[in-house]
Design a protein around this ligand. Sequence first.
Ligand SMILES: [Zn+2]
Length: 700
Amino acid sequence: MKQFFLNKTAFLLLVISAMAAGVISCRSSIGETAFKDPIDLSARDTSVSPAQDFFEYANGTWLKNTEIPADKARVGSFATLADSVLVQIKGILDSCMAIKSPKAGTPAQLAGGLYASVLDTAAVENAGLTPLRADLARIAAIKERGDIIREIGLENKNGDWFWDWYHWGWDDIITGTGQLCTIYVFADNKNSNLTRLHCDQGGLGLPNKTYYFKTDSAGRHIIAVYKNYIANILSLSGESPEPKADAEAIFSLEKKLAEASSGREELYVPEKNYHLMSVAEMQSLTPNIQWRQLLNTMDIRTDTLLVGQPAFYKTLSGLLKSTPISVWKKYLSFHLINQYAPWLSAPYANAAFALRQVITGQKERAARWKAASILVNSTIGEALGELYVNRYFPPSYKKYMVNMVNNLKAAFREHIKNLDWMSDSTKTLALDKLNAMVAKIGYPEKWKDFSSVNIRKDSLIDNLKRIGQWYYHYNMDKLPKPTDRSEWLMTSATVNAYNNPTSNDINFPAAILQPPFYFPNGDDAVNYGSIGAVIGHEMTHSFDNMGSKYDKDGSLKNWWTKADQKEFDKRADMIVKQFDQYTVLDSVHLNGKMEEVENIADLGGIAIAYTAFQKTREVQKDTLINGLTPNQRFFMANAQIWRSKLRPQRLAWLVTSNGHAPAKYRANGPVSNMPEFYKAFNVKKGDKMYRADSVRVKIW
Ligand SMILES: [Zn+2]
């Protein structure tokens, strides 16, 4: 997820980025041969007691025997499903390409055409840097400092930064973006029916600010490789006679921008990122950014800006004056090429991969068709989505999900009513918010219409620019219209889910609604333990320490009494402390504060899913399947969806940038607070999974 989305992802809450002991009974048992168990029994390590380390018990053999593929930085439930979704996408795109003369502007022509243009590597090699030459010449011609900002406006309008909006949700996109001023139209957080022009920080080529200040050997190595990459790009493109010196200057400029940027923890606090200002006010705060000129260049008419991080812009304004114009020009050229590098000819694409390799640990590049499928999904994903849903998301799946969401909502209602720490007046408002929450399942009611985009089979970069221009107009046209709450911010063929606090909605793309998250023929235990917990996770986001600041209409407005807030914070702090104590990579402690919202969501999600599951007939019948009780199966399914293995570099990125705890702790952390789990697996005082009553947390 790129830097631009750093703000957006902090703001939209995602899922990502899964016994022998116990109950003996005389219940009837379903034979192992009768059906294929959705729970991967062979993944278990039965030499480990579930009461000591549930994650190892549920996944130990899988962890021992699974290798991370060379073209991946991680492997696990999400990554494996994402891979099979890519195969599904490929099938669709292959059949699109096979259509002889598809009607222009139809989803099949658009998706097939874009896919073909990625696969046509001969055309990509022939084109070299030609598609960007006019832009680079324009940058080279910059004479005055004011033109730097004008250039930022032009690149936005030209679509250079907009096409990758929908990259997020694909957890693998983790490099930064050099988009200096991240400008887009989105809901006003304090008045969610209105749209505003948002201005957020940006401008970094490394994943986030922490990477610029690392002093350990791995961190210093990444910095060295990044500088080398900048020099390499400048040298390949012929944009610099002294690439090494220019790379140093660009890095030092970015480091100053990084210093002025907000970190992940601050980005999670909505009030800190909300500064409604007139253009005139912003102008006096940042005298060297000509805001009127910038807005005029982008054809934007507004007198109001919603600035995320004014300190960043203040520093940027100073740097626009103090940094030599020649450095700024090299900075702009480098970032424009960098933005397209993975899709340019081999020398650029190879250089970009060498950088990615050192950041993620990934050993080999993904096959071209995989990269192409991801690109189609993350650009014109709603054209593809229409085809995807027709093939892979039957109405019966949607029906099951709608029913499950309703059951989870009912369970959540019950939880709120029974809370012993919340006053009745706050409970009423919490229930109002829950009742108003909208669940969007599978796909949008109305697909985005890309029919006006000219997609050609032989011009990849031009295609991307035209798609970017489409997004630019689509996004800017929202100003000043009322917020469109029906819009999806993730495509249907994406394995993820999200909560948008400004719309008070939860969103589950079709692609996540399949095994191992949802088994159409599976038992309820498995489905409630996996997709049920995911749904519960997203629901809880509306009530975590960040989401709970938004009211039922999605506006940032306090609806809590002081006393209730204090009680909530007390419990949230306990979760922070619990996760602070976990260590990874031998000695690195997790950052409980940075992961606070996600850990609260995991804890609430599984608790709500458990309550909803208790109402099913399966629990009432209490039938054993493959030796496991329904409740054991519920917890097993949950521990198995989190299973994953990461390369150390990827883990380091996760711990510093992502906001989600590593898999093992997502599996073990929440259940270690649940007496229901203790009961299912006979966890007793003294066991590692056991917490004394005084340190056990239940928030929702
Ligand atoms: Zn989340």
